[in-house]
Design a protein around this ligand. Structure first.
Ligand code: ADP
Ligand code: SF4
Length: 684
């Protein structure tokens, strides 16, 4: 199909200083924890985005000197010439497809405790390092300032040698020294680098000018700047100092890359920022103050919104991190008039969580993300079927849908049986919870793909039994029958059932999602720590119930710290009037009374009254069918449980499992075989 002419504007080249981007699709720097530890994986990850049509593809933040090393994180590193060859892998992979390659140079200052280099960190002033480590940064001397300027220049020269077309100077996300110099809280200097805004901007101005002088004749110099910190007068605000900084530096960089700080605001989840273009109110002013091109982000997945951003003069280039992760081929699909094939980001931040856990990138929507080199997976290509065998997939949740779709892509004849009358499994139900609507995209993308395939037959309302399956005589069977929440309180805190729950009167999230009646005061016991407990609390509160949430953790939804949502969740529950009891476990339940105890001291017990008790503790696989079929295993060439039926986990894990099962069908007898390659340091 041909491109819709109304999107032509997205494919216009854009001049950025001495280089020209072939189109307006710009993958801004984003972490993937492949970086210097896994350079081949990094190169493959970025190269595929260039192949998918992104006109500019950047690597992640790259440390420029050991005095600001961000160990244990694995981002980029360009300390000296020995680091250059691995960057060359990345730039070659990007250039192969005609895109420009960019690198974000960073000096993290008081953001990093230098756990590897063991050099005392330094910052504008002597302040604690931004972690809970008992380490402080020292105040920089004039000599240190001169060093930081020189290190930027040396790293920029190495970047050019490595083949980069765009070199970034970075003042965003509250991660970089240059941004810290702007902030009065961090910069209490009395010399010409502190005090007035002009003084606080001086170092950035010098670094930008130095870098331009060093590499600006053939590399573009970009400036990544957070215009607002969403902290009101306690932080930088776009209407005042943010605007003034842009005014002071307006024409110095070749490109403005603008966003909001900190990372939790920039990469806000759909639960808290449901709309595309949510940063526009904070960044739209930039173009009025500079003649240089401006790139910005806002979880853009719709071509119409992108065109509107350009036509209304908000942005010149459409920046994306997460939309490029969920669909590395997004630009190509717009170009080819295949909008319905775009795998839209759901704004869940599983990708971010991986980085925060210092693990390689993964994505809920795109199971190939991070596997491009390791398993040789391509987001748009999959090996053809090796036989004409049929495959039966039982259960149409995320795992079953992904498996059926990919098996159909391979050319297998697929039968997809689903017990209920709807596709989607858990995402169809969970997307009804407050802030979770975008999860339905996991279903919609796959359903849309499957419905176009002549080789998938869908049977809804089909609850298959062991005998049904045996009688079908289909040689390959994937069982994706999901999981259910426990009703007995067993979870992370309790290995054995909680006393008083034997009569089954407590509700589980499954009951709540199925519309069970909720009355009066609701007590939620959250020993799961992801989104379920807090979204049920929110929903019950929105329905007018008095709600008390009890958790053994010391904060609400503790795992969402990794998805950058935790503080927002706790603040929202407080603002809704949810009573929160942290560091407490459920000991016993009796006639509308729960006995709870402080987890640090059993002596601190209390009674909490309720009308409805909801237990969000842990899940059990719905694997009865799988276990029964194992008795007849010799009748099948493949018999495998996938997704939550295999082991309850995230939606991302279920999609991955479905994908993996489809990709490796008939390729290996042993699912634990070393199907992937590893990067092993050469001992030279
Ligand atoms: P996952 O996240 O692993 O994909 P879900 O719980 O989202 O798991 O989806 C499992 C799906 O399997 C549900 O839609 C459920 O109705 C369906 N299912 C469960 N048992 C059967 C069965 N015996 N036959 C057909 N479908 C089933
Ligand atoms: Fe989007 Fe979630 Fe994928 Fe990240 S993990 S790119 S937020 S769908």
């Amino acid at each position: 199909m041909a491109r819709d002419p109304s999107y032509d504007i997205l494919f216009e080249p854009v001049k950025i200083g001495p280089v020209t981007a072939p189109n307006r699709f710009f993958q801004v720097p984003h972490c993937n924890t492949l970086g210097y530890g896994r350079p081949r994986a990094e190169a493959a990850n970025r190269g595929i985005k260039a192949e998918g049509g992104w006109g500019v593809v950047c690597t992640q933040e790259a440390e420029i000197h050991p005095s600001a090393d961000i160990t244990p994180s694995f981002e980029g590193r360009i300390w000296d010439d020995r680091d250059t060859p691995q960057h060359r892998l990345m730039t070659d992979a990007v250039h192969e497809h005609g895109a420009l390659a960019g690198i974000e140079l960073v000096y993290n200052g008081s953001h990093t405790p230098n756990l590897y280099s063991r050099i005392a960190p330094m910052s504008a002033s002597a302040i604690p390092v931004h972690t809970d480590l008992p380490i402080q940064a020292r105040a920089m001397s004039k000599r240190d300032i001169a060093d930081v300027r020189r290190w930027h220049v040396e790293a920029a020269k190495r970047s050019r040698q490595a083949g980069y077309d765009i070199v970034y100077v970075y003042a965003g996300h509250n991660l970089s020294l240059l941004q810290h110099f702007f902030k009065k809280q961090y910069n209490q200097r009395s010399d010409e680098y502190g005090g007035s805004l002009e003084n606080r901007v001086r170092l950035t101005k010098e670094v930008l000018t130095d870098v331009k002088e060093a590499v600006g004749h053939d590399c573009a110099v970009a400036f990544r700047f957070a215009t607002d910190e969403l902290m009101g007068p306690d932080g930088l605000q776009w209407e005042s100092e943010g605007r003034d900084i842009v005014g002071m530096l307006a024409e110095i960089p070749d490109l403005w890359d603008v966003n909001i700080s900190d990372w939790a605001n920039d990469s806000a989840t759909a639960r808290f920022e449901p709309n595309e273009g949510f940063q526009e109110p904070y960044t739209a002013f930039v173009k009025t103050l500079t003649s240089k091109p401006v790139v910005g982000v806002g979880r853009f997945t719709s071509a119409d919104t992108m065109v509107s951003q350009i036509k209304r003069g908000v942005l010149d280039l459409i920046g994306a991190a997460r939309p490029s992760i969920a669909d590395p081929f997004l630009p190509r699909k717009i170009d080819e008039g295949r909008l319905e094939d775009i795998r839209e980001c759901i704004g869940c931040n599983i990708c971010v969580a991986q980085d925060n856990m210092v693990a390689p990138i993964r994505c809920t929507q795109n199971p190939t993300q991070g596997e491009e080199w390791k398993q040789g997976w391509h987001p748009e290509k999959i090996e053809a079927a090796v036989s004409e065998d049929q495959v039966l997939v039982i259960g149409a949740g995320p795992a079953g849908l992904e498996a059926a779709m990919q098996l159909a892509n391979r050319g297998y004849q697929v039968t997809l049986a689903e017990a209920t009358d709807t596709l989607g499994g858990r995402v169809s139900r969970e997307s009804e919870l407050p802030g979770m609507a975008s999860y339905v995209r996991v279903r919609d993308y796959r359903e849309n793909q499957i419905r176009q395939k002549p080789n998938v037959e869908i049977y809804l309302g089909n609850h298959l039994s062991t005998n049904d399956i045996i009688e079908l005589q289909i040689p390959h069977v994937l069982i994706a029958t999901g999981s259910h929440w426990r009703r007995d309180g067993v979870g992370r805190q309790h290995a054995f059932p909680v006393a008083g729950l034997e009569n089954g009167s407590a509700l589980t999230p499954d009951d709540v999602l199925a519309g069970a009646e909720i009355s009066g005061r609701v007590l939620i016991y959250d020993d799961d720590h992801y989104f379920m407990g807090s979204t049920i609390a929110e929903r019950c509160r929105n329905q007018g119930h008095e709600v008390c949430l009890v958790t053994p953790e010391s904060i609400v939804s503790s795992w969402t710290h990794y998805t950058l949502e935790q503080e927002k969740i706790q603040a929202r529950l407080l603002s809704l009037g949810v009573e929160i009891m942290v560091s407490h476990e459920l000991l016993e339940v009796e006639a509308g009374q729960a006995t709870i105890a402080n987890i640090y001291s059993d002596e601190h017990r209390q009674q909490v009254g309720f009308d409805t008790l909801v237990l969000v503790t842990s899940r059990q696989s719905d694997d009865v069918l799988y276990q029964a079929l194992l008795e007849h295993e010799n009748r099948f060439k493949t018999l495998r449980a996938i997704g939550d039926c295999n082991a309850p986990g995230t939606v991302a894990a279920a999609v991955y499992d479905g994908h993996s099962a489809a990709r490796y069908l008939e390729s290996s007898e042993d699912i634990y075989a070393p199907l992937f390659v590893r990067e092993i340091p050469a001992l030279d």
